[in-house]
Design a protein around this ligand. Structure first.
Ligand code: AMP
Length: 434
């Protein structure tokens, strides 16, 4: 080796992108518990699964979430394809699902359509506690049918049930109504009149949004804007009679099933397409810092924004990573669901070959087998069994091959016995059960 090659520096190791992370086998019990519970609720409430492409036309989000929403304005990952199309990695599911509802003529099916999803979303946010650039959302959407508060309550109830199923006790549900096309313009004007008095003290975004979308000011997180939120006019006092009745009915349905809530007149959520009910769920105690575990609302005008008919619709989404963080902080450990395993070892080249086919037999019989067959020494193989914490080993040597038998060794007790291959499946199953 020449000197030059010797001194060549080791290439720098790659790391996951900032705000993006790996899901490792150690996290699997959490993911499995959350997804299984979410899916089984979806089935119980008659939701069908939907999966939309990770990328959509960027205009889909500009038109719906709003050009000025943080999600679109600052956080959307967009790219220009070689063909010149501008695509976006989905920052949320709802617009894509509405696009699919229209594209596939789902309004011709029984209404409302209940749709469930789970998958990754992308937001180029500033990474911090509970805030990632790629994270996983679980969501439930109810599209079409009547504009009835019973559906608002249904979505909220499902999310409350999911958190209860995951043993996240006493979540805080904040809820509000942000009116509709009838009452909102009037409220917006009142908000503008109020905020104009403080224009010099507001952050840059708020000054700009005051003209175009004053509701957004209630969603601002900048410290300098907080004091003005407190005294801002209250939307609930300005709702039209229809919105008021809708909100009252939603709360009554929630009371009917024993879900407690806090009406929060400052809750508006960041996206343009919401109307009437908006809500968010938080963990109680210090875990509230992590941010909302889930949120959603009604979006009766979204379908029209993308060329569909006026369609009552609403939904809610939860962030899986935040749920896991809260479960971990609260010491909630889902039971590991991995099956009991047997360790298969060989002693010698011929036995190695036989062990390879024996493993297939065992697998077909539903036995979970782990091994280190590539290692030649029996001792080295059993060390792996020890590392994995496996109590039962199956050892195949030259002698056993001729006798059509295997050795079953209890690795804890250090005892072993010879068992005929024909009987080994029953014997392993008996021992693993014990
Ligand atoms: P949103 O539509 O923004 O309310 O998102 C729904 C849920 O997704 C939130 O309640 C969070 O649980 C989760 N979520 C939103 N943004 C992030 C993020 N940047 N990182 C992790 N989870 C997030």
């Amino acid at each position: 080796m020449d000197q030059k090659e010797k001194t060549k520096e080791k290439p720098e190791a790659f790391r996951a992108q900032k705000g993006m992370h790996d899901m490792l086998p150690a996290d699997e019990p959490y993911w499995e518990k959350i997804e299984t519970a979410a899916r089984s609720l979806a089935r119980a409430y008659n939701f069908g699964s939907i999966e939309t492409p990770i990328m959509e036309d960027a205009a889909l989000y500009n038109k719906t979430s709003g050009e000025e929403s943080d999600v679109v304005e600052k956080e959307m990952y967009t790219l220009r394809t070689k063909g010149g199309d501008v695509l976006a990695l989905r920052p949320e599911y709802t617009p894509g699902i509405c696009r699919a509802y229209i594209e596939h003529g789902m309004s011709r099916l029984a209404q409302p359509q209940r749709l469930f999803y789970v998958g990754p979303v992308f937001r180029h946010d500033r990474p911090q506690l509970g805030r990632y650039r790629q994270f996983t959302q679980i969501g439930y959407e109810i599209l079409g049918g009547q504009n009835d508060a019973i559906y608002d309550a249904e979505i909220i109830t499902i999310i409350a049930n999911l958190l209860a199923e995951l043993k996240i006790k006493n979540p805080i549900l904040k809820i509000n109504s942000i009116g509709d096309r009838v009452c909102r313009p009037n409220y917006k004007r009142q908000l503008q009149n109020y905020y104009r008095n403080y224009e010099k003290e507001l952050c840059e975004d708020c000054v700009r949004r005051l003209k175009t979308n004053p509701l957004k000011l209630l969603d601002c997180k900048q410290p300098q804007c907080q004091p003005f939120k407190e005294k801002a006019p209250n939307f609930l006092d300005k709702l039209c009679s229809v919105c008021k009745a809708h909100f009252r009915a939603t709360l009554e349905y929630l009371e009917e099933v024993g879900i407690s809530y806090e009406v929060d007149p400052r809750l508006v959520r960041g996206l343009d397409y919401y109307n009437r009910t908006v809500f968010e769920f938080f963990a109680d105690g210090k875990e509230e810092e992590i941010g909302a575990l889930g949120g959603g609302g009604r979006y009766d005008y979204l379908m029209e924004m993308i060329g569909g008919h006026a369609t009552p619709a609403l939904g809610g989404a939860l962030g899986v990573e935040r749920i896991i963080a809260v479960m971990q902080a609260k010491g909630i450990v889902p039971p590991a669901r991995s099956p009991k395993k047997v360790f298969l070892a060989h002693a010698g080249a011929l036995a190695k070959k036989n062990a390879f086919s024996l493993r297939e037999e065992l697998r077909k019989s539903g036995i979970c087998v782990t091994e280190a067959l590539a290692r030649e020494s029996l001792g080295a193989q059993l060390k792996v069994a020890d590392k994995e914490g496996i109590g039962l080993a199956l050892i195949l040597g030259q002698k056993e091959i001729y006798e059509h038998s295997v050795i079953l060794r209890d690795l804890g007790a250090g005892t072993q016995e010879s068992v005929l291959v024909a009987k080994v499946v029953d014997e392993i199953k008996k021992r693993l059960k014990a």
